[in-house]
Ligand binder design. Structure first.
Ligand SMILES: Nc1ncnc2c1ncn2[C@@H]1O[C@H](COP(=O)(O)OP(=O)(O)OP(=O)(O)O)[C@@H](O)[C@H]1O
Ligand SMILES: O=P(O)(O)OC[C@H]1O[C@](O)(CO)[C@@H](O)[C@@H]1O
Length: 427
């Protein structure tokens, strides 16, 4: 059973300031978001006389920790791009500025580099005029980066600037960084809140049901899959092979497959496969239908490559290129057995993550940004805004980074079960 203590969120201290927000629905102390989805899962807790675990609900509080007129805030965006980062920045700036009356908001440039003195990146002053229509642009107006930065030096910057709140938009790496910053702040006994906003195109942060930009990414993948299908149909024994992002978690590939009936085979990192089995499936499909569409997540089939110690600047292991590998192996296999095929390989990886957010994600990011502002103003720290059971939540960073969210091949969610078979549609 999950321990309720793991869900407890840190605070900077008592909230004694009246919030300037007038008409919002305030969150009360007993407003919670249940961790478990169904009654059956709760049974064990009830039987043991224990309180089932729950998340603190996100939203505005009647009393806040900071005096908005004296507060300085900072925003930083790190890691890879994702649709909707600008929407989140805009939402936070607007909420802090108009609803709370915060007048001092800075955007750190190029990820954690912007907090490290040696790069000398000047922060960008953010206000409603600066962010007015940034939601229409992909990427991040602040720039991003990977690579390790010195945590005490970053906290020196926060101290020097007299910042009260830092908002970090990023994936698991960024959240670990935010956690380290938060621990250093605590060690120095400073009153600076650190709020994470989970940004991951791979949708791989634990206890976050779905992350912003993910729906946009799978919508964008449709063009690539459609193209692959048309190309496959246009040739005898045509094969369209599409590689999508997803280092360790194959959610993009799985959801894109389920959203597009043209896909015949989906390969994800969570479900190892053999080349023999894959070739047999493709052969079988070609014999029956003369064309096939395959979607592969970038992290699938890594067991076919020699382990490498090569990493990117942040220490993420460099993956073998499964798309190019499969293209070669499939061509070799059919040549060997004397079957003519025409294989078209499509890699839209960066295309699907650099676009602007679709309307659903813009709405989602707006709300997420507001919740982050509320959490920060209420003195929460070392936490991120999560999304669970259809509600925005507060959760400790430690819980979010405790394990990576992956497809459970034996799970009961419809997407998980189908993806695990490697054969999501009846062929
Ligand atoms: N334990 C840590 N302590 C301090 N900084 C960290 C830690 N882990 C990662 N970081 C920093 O966080 C930043 C972002 O990390 P990373 O490049 O892994 O991207 P990410 O946030 O995981 O996003 P993505 O999902 O796009 O990969 C980098 O500058 C990295 O050095
Ligand atoms: O090439 P970049 O910018 O380092 O990012 C690539 C990686 O970032 C992600 O989009 C998110 O971690 C992965 O799916 C991908 O492997």
């Amino acid at each position: 059973m999950v321990d309720i203590k793991d869900f407890e969120v840190e605070t900077l201290g008592e909230c004694r300031v009246d919030t300037p927000i007038e008409s919002a629905r305030f969150v009360e102390d007993d407003d919670h978001v249940m961790f478990h989805y169904c009654l059956k899962d709760l049974q064990a807790y009830f039987e043991a006389g224990q309180t089932p675990p729950y998340f603190e609900m996100a939203g505005p509080r009647r009393n806040i920790y900071f005096d908005p007129s004296k507060l300085k805030c900072g925003i930083v965006t790190c890691g890879g791009l994702c649709p909707g980062i600008n929407d989140v920045i805009q939402a936070m700036v607007m909420e802090l500025y108009y609803h709370y009356g915060v007048r001092s908001i800075f955007g750190f440039r190029y990820g954690f580099e912007g907090l490290a003195p040696k790069y000398k990146h000047s922060p960008l002053e953010l206000n409603p005029d600066v962010v007015t229509d940034i939601y229409l642009q992909g990427g991040t107006i602040l720039g991003s980066s990977r690579g390790e930065q010195n945590v005490p030096e970053m906290v020196d910057t926060l101290e020097r600037m007299n910042l009260g709140l830092l908002f970090a938009i990023g994936g698991d790496g960024t959240l670990r960084g935010a956690q380290a910053i938060s621990q250093e702040i605590k060690r120095r006994n400073l009153k600076i809140g650190v709020i994470g906003i989970p940004k991951t195109i791979d949708n791989d942060i634990s206890y976050v049901q779905n992350s912003f930009g993910f729906i946009t990414a799978i919508s964008e993948a449709r063009t690539a899959i459609y193209t692959a299908h048309i190309e496959a149909l246009g040739a005898r024994n045509g094969i369209g092979l599409v590689k999508l992002m997803g280092r360790e978690s194959g959610f993009i590939a799985a959801y894109a497959t389920l959203a597009n009936a043209d896909v015949n085979l989906c390969l994800v990192p969570e479900s190892p496969f053999s080349l023999e089995g894959l070739m047999a499936e493709i052969q079988n499909r070609l014999e029956r239908r003369s064309h096939a569409v395959i979607v592969v997540a970038e992290g699938a089939g890594q067991e076919f490559f020699q382990a490498t110690s090569e990493t990117d600047a942040s220490g993420n292991v460099r993956l073998g290129d499964i798309g190019v590998f499969l293209k070669e192996k499939i061509n070799q296999h059919f040549k060997k057995i004397g079957v003519d095929i025409t294989l078209k390989y499509i890699d839209p990886s960066y295309t699907i993550r650099s676009v602007r957010a679709n309307p659903y994600d813009s709405y989602f990011c707006l709300t997420l940004g507001h919740q982050a502002a509320h959490a920060g103003m209420a003195g929460r720290t070392n936490m991120l805004v999560g999304y669970w059971n259809g509600q925005f939540t507060h959760m400790p960073i430690s819980l979010a980074v405790s394990a990576r969210k992956r497809i459970d091949p034996k799970g009961r969610l419809w997407n998980e079960v189908l993806a695990s078979t490697g054969q999501p549609r009846t062929m």
